[in-house]
Design a protein around this ligand. Structure first.
Ligand code: URA
Length: 197
């Protein structure tokens, strides 16, 4: 059963990072959804809300994601949603307030093998990368989301088709991307229909 294999993987993963970062403790946000899903979404790393609720994409980016998914026939329970980095990367202000920061190169390198193991268990037909970091982790550092978004990537990844999309938070920071995002979602919906997904 995939669910049991995933729980075992997540236990191993937590033990690995707990030992690596001891004595600091971190709150993990592992994947969520249907462990036998044919479509898997992979984001960058959880933020504050995700860490509080220990579920991926439940904050502002998650609201955008749900709005975009409404353009397809997909809802979250039908998908598996996860992140490349499974704890919130934070930086502290002089006053000690935590805010998000991009994952470091080292963190990405440490997390990538765990993502690949997760993909091997779920074995989806389509992987949707959300943003540059999961895309680059899966295809190499030279791939740029601006050039490959909104259509199936030329090569299979982990036995699945890869469909790169912008990160759903990118439209929060850059509202001009919204139209392009909607177009990509329509292309994604068509891709799913054409492939019987
Ligand atoms: N951004 C991500 O990449 N993942 C989340 O889970 C939330 C925000």
């Amino acid at each position: 059963m995939n669910a049991e294999k995933l729980s075992a993987l997540y236990r191993q993963c937590a033990a690995y990072f707990d030992a690596l970062y001891a004595p600091e403790t971190r709150i993990y946000v592992f994947g969520d959804g249907d462990p036998a899903a044919r479509i898997l979404l992979v984001g960058e790393a959880p933020g504050e809300q995700e860490t509080l609720l220990q579920k991926p994409f439940v904050g502002r980016a998650g609201k955008n994601l749900d709005e975009f998914l409404a353009l397809t026939d997909l809802t979250r329970p039908k998908l598996y949603t996860t992140n490349l980095v499974k704890f919130r990367p934070v930086k502290l202000s002089a006053k000690g307030r935590a805010s998000n920061r991009p994952p470091s190169r080292e963190e990405i390198g440490l997390w990538k093998p765990w993502l690949l193991k997760e993909l091997a268990i779920i074995s989806p037909k389509v992987i949707v990368s959300l943003g540059n970091l999961p895309l680059q982790a899966l295809t190499g550092p030279k791939t740029a989301i601006g050039q490959v978004h909104g259509r199936p990537f030329g090569e299979m990844v982990a036995g699945a088709a890869l469909f790169p999309l912008y990160h759903p938070a990118s439209v929060i920071y850059n509202p001009a991307l919204r139209e392009s995002y909607l177009e990509d979602l329509r292309a994604f919906a068509l891709f799913l229909r054409e492939n019987g997904l």
